[in-house]
Design a protein around this ligand. Sequence first.
Ligand code: MG
Ligand code: ZN
Length: 383
Amino acid sequence: MKLKSLIILTLLISFQQLYSQENYKSLSKEDSTKTYLGGPKYDVKTYTQKFKTQKPRNVIMMIGDGMGVSAIFAGLTANGGHLFLDNFKQVGFSKTQSSDNYITDSAAGGTALSAGQKTYNGAIGVNAKGVAIKTVLEMAEEKGLATGLVSTSAITHATPASYIAHQASRGSYEDIAADFLKTDIDVFIGGGYKHFSDRKDKRDLTKELQQKGYQVLRNMDEIAQVKTGKLAGLTADEHNDIAIKRKMNLPLSTETALNILDQNKKGFFIMVEGSQIDWGGHQNDTRYVIIEMLDFDQAIGKALEFAAKDGETLIIVTADHETGGMAIVGGDMKTGMVKGAFTSGEHTAVMVPVFAYGPGSENFTGIMENTDIPKKIMKLLNF
Ligand code: MG
Ligand code: ZN
């Protein structure tokens, strides 16, 4: 009898598992991308709110491309109610409109955040008249600070490009890559290898980078071992893969870059981008948004770990715009289930949050223009 009931029980359990699996499979394709069923969670540490100085020596600028409040809250729910972002006590909102459009793209949005001027959609480091404008990263370089860029897209893509290149059009990837050689940036990690190596003008920029003293590496394990010197980490031919598949590791890349840049005692400026939150939004894919959001938040965790220990580092986390008009129409803080809904396949006009941690963070509250963010950073760094 005992054996019989055990068999029945086993059958029941397997039937239930089969049934729930079927249930999952039976979700229409559309539903399956709208609903995240829950996944791995990580612990969120609490960091000190006491800092050594009034003004920062180092600035870590972190941009979640397309990261609106819903993307953040989707990630927060998926991770059981907490994100590393919880450590940011100074919060504001940024208006993202570009000079020629109510809805910005990532180039105009990136340029507003890098150089403090509104420009037209598609513009990389140039103003509305097409004239090159100096970015906070270039100013940092001029003042002898170390500089860096880390991105999960190609390093030549709009957001990182806006900090270092000056081109009329965001699609000029090979020209953007060539602009890296005009600078003394210390560390960059992202995709875009082919824009440096396989070019119409036949220049091999990877060789030119080596001649300038860069370690040009393509493998994440090798990149993570670099402790000093100049580093060009080109982890994909074009864009890095999605978070669960990519060879590039954003938290590890962030940590690696910070440790190299920290050797400059004058300080540093770095921009770290979670690029693909935007792509999840464009695809109206809740799971894609969440997986990228959690990856970006874990990179924020690495920045916090550094800044809390250092005490002279300001971290700003914001977005260039919202993507997908995302809303959250269901969820469960315990399981991490999130049901998303979208009103657009494009960017939207809504304000995006600004989070600040560290010395000077009190300057980043209230409603501001996106262009105010780099202006405040420049002021705090005495540029
Ligand atoms: Mg981007
Ligand atoms: Zn986009």
